[in-house]
Each structure stands twice: as structure tokens, then as C-alpha cells.
Design a protein around this ligand. Sequence first.
Ligand SMILES: [Cu+2]
Length: 492
Amino acid sequence: MDDLSYSSSTKACSVLIMLLSLTWLIGSGNLMGNQQWGNSLTESSEKNGERIVARHPVLENLSSESGIVEVELTASKERLSLVPGFETDVYAYNGRIPGPMLEASEGDSVIVHFKNDLPEETTVHWHGMHLPFVMDGSPFHPVGPGETFTYSFRIHPGTAGTYWYHPHPHHRTAWQVGKGLYGGIIIRDPEDPLPDTLTEYLLILSDNRFDKKGEVEFAEPGSRQERIDDMNGREGDVLFVNDEIMPELSIRSGEVQRWRIVNASGARIYRLGLEGHTFTHIGSDGGLFENPEEVDEIVLANGERAELLVHGTGDPGREVILQALPYDRYMPMWRPSDWNETLDLLTLQYTGDPPADSNFELPETLRKIPEINIEDATETRIMRMTNGKINSKTMDMNRVDETAELGATEIWDIRNLVGMDHPFHLHGFQFQVIDRNGNPVSQRKWKDTVNLPGFESARFIVRYDNYPGKWMFHCHILDHEDQGMMGVLEVK
Ligand SMILES: [Cu+2]
């Protein structure tokens, strides 16, 4: 595993005693969690003065040139322990689930030497990234078994945020992601408005289902379960945060932490709440908001990301649970019987240390997000989503569904005509939601995925900058995408 480097948590606090107690914490491994199976992390390293993500493996940068991030990524069949007591046939990036995090900064050039060691075609899609068409890892550019492909792209200014990578082969995405192929991306802004002293976590949420032998279970063809999975998308009863079931994160009373959360689940939508705590919602798909929002909970649909500040308002020694609260995304007749149960995701354990004197001040404005002007829009594209179809069509690789001019500004009017949620994702270009069900949204945000609850609608505005090509748009319930709930926008 020499292609990986490990990072753990540091906090450069002004109070000496905090520094000392933290050094002790890292030294004693208390930040490493207490339930680790399979590809758990047993090492940590610290990078002084740099922002680092607690206990999340990072793709090692092989380049010593500044402004270049060059990494190796291999997808292969592995046998890993995901649930206690079992080994499981999986697909993994660099031998891990999730794959190691890709970390780069605005302005960097990223080069990924990808090798497909799987027995089937795959691609690597860089979800949310603004990059050339041939680098998008869409179904148009499969990488065959045994083949290699070098993905290279530039990180545009203003795109700092949390993204993720996953396969996107035609009809096989749900299966390959279900087998373990997904990983996180953090793009950093050299001028990040938040202090680099905050402990930062990247939490990749996924769920999976296992048979009695501990193998990943997919429904038998023709079974009732297959009908349910086709309709709802495949859900599992085992919830993972990164590679762990119910991991434990550590916080000190008074401390503020920065959490980046990715919904990498094929179908499960998370309504997240932290017992007795509120969140400061500071960012989503395309990075930080202009203005932080105080919220009690947050709904994260498939493919979406959230950046949150968690305030350690609890007492020393207290234990609180991050929960997936009931969320009804289903058609009534297909609703699972346990849909209204609250599920536990992780434990946030307060240390026994006396409350830290947090001198953290949240900036009122995190950054300015340039407005895409509605008056510039030259077209409105209406997308009618029904179960399995967009505008009454299923995906055809040989058909272009929408054609637009490079540089054009357009409005997309997404209408969900059925009674279950469909999260809508556009490749290649971040957009700004204008309104939902006719009501203007509270503030401008960069998004690449917008969830449409049953019978709801939303409009967003987008400008097709820089990159011509055939860009996918689709429902991000992966089973729906594989069934053909997807289309092609050609920008030329
Ligand atoms: Cu869908």
C-alpha cells in the first residue's frame, strides 16, 4: 500500500493546553475510531500547517512539480472484510472501499493514471467536475478490462468543494458502485475563508446488502426483490460511513469541526440529524455558499454533497448519534415496511477535556457566487421525469436528446410527474437553482444534482462554458440511470 498516504487530525489552537491534549489524543490513537474492519487505517501522518482530513486515505501525489497532482488509480477485484466476521468479493479502487481521496487545489492540473483490472468495462466519472468531455468518464468512453486510460483535467478557479468519483458504464453503474467503487474528492481554495485549524472529516455515506455468506447481494433476476430494486433503487440494511459501520468521531466540548458529507448510496436518501445539535450548512455540491445557514437537519440525495460546521455544544464525555431520520421518497405501494425507522450512522464522542475556549468566528459571507443572469437565457428545456424515463424516452447512446451552443445560458425546467423522488444530475456544468415549485430559492448555490420529490418541480440556470461534448443528464438513483432514465445534451 505504498501508493497511499494517510492523514489524521490536527488542530493548531492558540491555547497551549489544547495543543498538548490533542497531541496526546493523536498519539494514543483515540481519533482512530474503535470499530474498524477490513481495510481500516492503522497509520496516520500529520502535515504541519496544511488542511488535512481526519483519518481518510489520500491518493499520493507522485509529482513534485507545484500545480500538478499526479496519481495512480486501479480498479480491481478484491476480497475485503466489510462486515464483521466475513470476507466479501468486492470491486475496489487501490484495494480500498471507499477509494482513497483525491485532493487538489484550484488551478492544479490533475493527472490520473487509471488501470482497469476488473473483468469488465468501467469508467471513472468525476462527479460534479468541470472538465473536457473525453475526461468525464461517461458511458461514451469505456475503459476495457486490462486497459489503461489517463484522465487529465485542470481545476478551475472558484470550484473548491467536495466531489466524488465513481464508475459510469452503460447499464452497470448500480452494480459496480454496489460492489464498492466510489471515492471522495476535495478541491481546496488557497483563500479558503474558514480557518485551517478546524478538524475536518470527509464522510462518505453508503449502504449495502449482504447474503448469508457475507457476499454483496443483488436481487435474483425475475424475483420480487428485483421488482422492488428496479422501482425504489437498491437499498441495503448495512450503513457505512467510509469503511466503517457506526464509527466513532471525537470532538471536544466547545470545538467547531468541518464535516464534508457525500451521499454515495445508489438509492438511499439521507435526512441527517445530530441529536441535540444544529448544523451550520456552509456548502453543497459546487462548494461554499455565500451565506451560512443554520439548520436542524439536512436532506442529502444521491450524488449530493454537504459541507457542515458542527459545533461542540455538548458537555465533556457526552455521546451523540448522527442519525438517518425517516425520509419518505417512495411510491406508497413500494414503500419498505421499515421506511419510518431512524437509523444510526456514527457516534460523536465528546472527550473528557474541559470545554475549549473557541475563538472561532464564522464569516458572514463565505464567498461571492457570480450570478448567472436570467435575462441571458436563450432557451428553456423542459424535462419531464416519469419512472424510468425522461421526456418519455429511455437512454439511447446513438441519440442526442438536446443540442445547445457552447457558451449559451439556458434554463432547465425539471418536472417530476410521479410520486417518488428522482434526483436529477447534469454532467460537466455546475448550475444554480432558481426556484422550486415556483418559489425562489433563498440564495445562489452551485449545484450539479437537484432532488425532485414526488410531483415537485425545480428550475435551474446553467451556462455551458469551455467544453463542447455530449453530456449526460440523468436520475441519480443508479438503478433508474441503468434502466435508461438518462439523456444526452450535446454542446457544440
Ligand atoms: Cu429516479
